[in-house]
Design a protein around this ligand. Structure first.
Ligand code: ACO
Length: 376
């Protein structure tokens, strides 16, 4: 079977009105609004409103949703206990998945509701920040209901109110990655919900799918890559050799986009404003050399910069540790997941694809093959 079919490439698995990905034209819109417009106008609460309710809020920020989300940030004691019991060496992405999953113990029956969705969006940053503080040997910082979603997350991680430039950069990042069509983690979420399982189980599966480097686990590896080539005299030669070894360049290539990912352009602009100038310059130079080599070596693949390349530069400039990048992506994506969850259960049908069987058939075990104990 060819690779395209194995990866369900171009297979349409249903309908959705949440977000549109224009792979050939490099476009992304949420509920019909271009992503550049969303990022330029809306904060994260308003973007969540747009994705979940379906329309931009009348007021910005949406006061009711802002207060509702802020009031749900506290964790049930049983969840706090689970997060606190984790080994400090646990990967933050695993800690987030475990903390979210522990929330299911408190109850999240099928079908998912708007309120369950708000709980997921609101509690996820508290889980992650609590774990981050704990592994650094610091006490948790309680949620601040006066702060917006993103500023509160940074405060819970750092222990002090963050400066507006970093909040702006991180909030823009949250908006930019809040949803993205039928990506792997959203698909995983929908598959779980399609069995009439609950939102917490579906979100746990989605986090699991997002963790891999072919999806949301790429940005920390982008920085590792940039660090590795910092002292290399011939970066173009280094890239050519890496491609010859069949290595993948993190932050390049995308299943949907055959031209530049529009999110890469937005994040490049943000990175230029907030990153250290030497880091931004290095990233820009590496990007240009990588694109040149990718186009020379793999003209068939139409590989371009994807969202994760400059996401890495922005998240580094915000000051988050590298292994917090994937779970921070997950926090941002919760708004999209909730929108998809509510859409899935409105018109649900079990998602159950088929597989082409390629194993043997008609085999019989020999008569003298040891038989299992009959139990008598
Ligand atoms: N560097 C080098 N080669 C690449 C890259 C890359 N970044 N991306 C794809 N290729 C090559 C593959 O090696 C493969 O080569 P082959 O035909 O010789 O085996 C060919 O292009 C096709 O690759 P597939 O994985 O089949 O294509 P797909 O459409 O599934 O690729 C993907 C999408 C997985 C994102 C890929 O481009 C990749 O691995 N990129 C690097 C990791 C990355 O940046 N991940 C973040 C993606 S964005 C997101 O999910 C939020």
């Amino acid at each position: 079977m060819d690779a395209r079919r194995r990866g369900l490439e171009d297979v349409v698995i249903g309908t959705s009105a949440v977000s549109w990905v224009g792979g050939e034209t490099g476009q992304l819109s949420y509920r019909g609004y271009d992503i550049a417009d969303v990022v330029g106008h809306l904060g994260y609460e308003a973007t969540a409103h747009l994705l979940i309710v379906g329309t931009p809020p009348a007021r910005n920020p949406p006061i009711d949703l802002f207060r509702d989300l802020a009031s749900r940030r506290g964790l049930p004691p049983s969840v706090e206990a689970v997060v606190d019991a984790l080994d400090r060496r646990t990967l933050p992405m695993d800690a987030l998945r475990t903390g979210i999953s522990a929330g299911g113990i408190v109850g999240s029956p099928y079908p998912p509701t708007f309120e369950q969705g708000l709980d997921l969006i609101s509690r996820a940053p508290t889980v992650l920040a609590r774990f981050e503080r704990r592994r650094r040997g610091l006490p948790p910082v309680p949620p601040d209901p006066e702060l917006g979603h993103v500023a509160n997350f940074l405060k819970m991680v750092e222990g002090a109110e963050p400066d507006p430039l970093r909040v702006w950069a991180l909030e823009s990042y949250f908006d930019i990655v809040a949803d993205h069509g039928m990506n792997a983690s959203t698909f995983a979420l929908r598959v779980v919900l399609s069995t009439n399982s609950d939102l917490v189980s579906a979100a746990s599966a989605a986090i699991g799918a997002l963790k891999g480097p072919l999806h949301g686990g790429a940005p920390e590896r982008v920085l590792d890559l940039l660090d590795r080539v910092r002292e290399v005299p011939d970066v173009a030669g280094w890239i050519a050799e890496a491609l010859a070894r069949k290595e993948r360049l993190m932050g390049f290539g995308h299943r949907a986009y055959k031209v530049e990912d529009p999110r890469a352009q937005l994040l490049r602009e943000i990175a230029e404003k907030v990153a250290r100038p030497d880091r931004f310059r290095q990233a820009r130079q590496f990007e240009e050399l990588a694109l040149e080599e990718l186009r020379r070596k793999r003209p068939d693949q139409r590989l371009n910069t994807n969202v994760e390349f400059y996401a890495a530069i922005v998240l580094e400039a915000v000051g988050l540790p590298r292994d917090l990048f994937p779970p921070t992506f997950a926090l941002a994506r919760t708004a999209g997941w909730v929108a998809h969850a509510l859409e899935q259960v409105r018109d649900n049908r079990l998602i159950r694809p088929d597989v082409e069987y390629t194993g043997p058939s008609g085999l019989r075990l020999p008569a003298n093959h040891p038989r299992r104990d009959s139990g008598s």
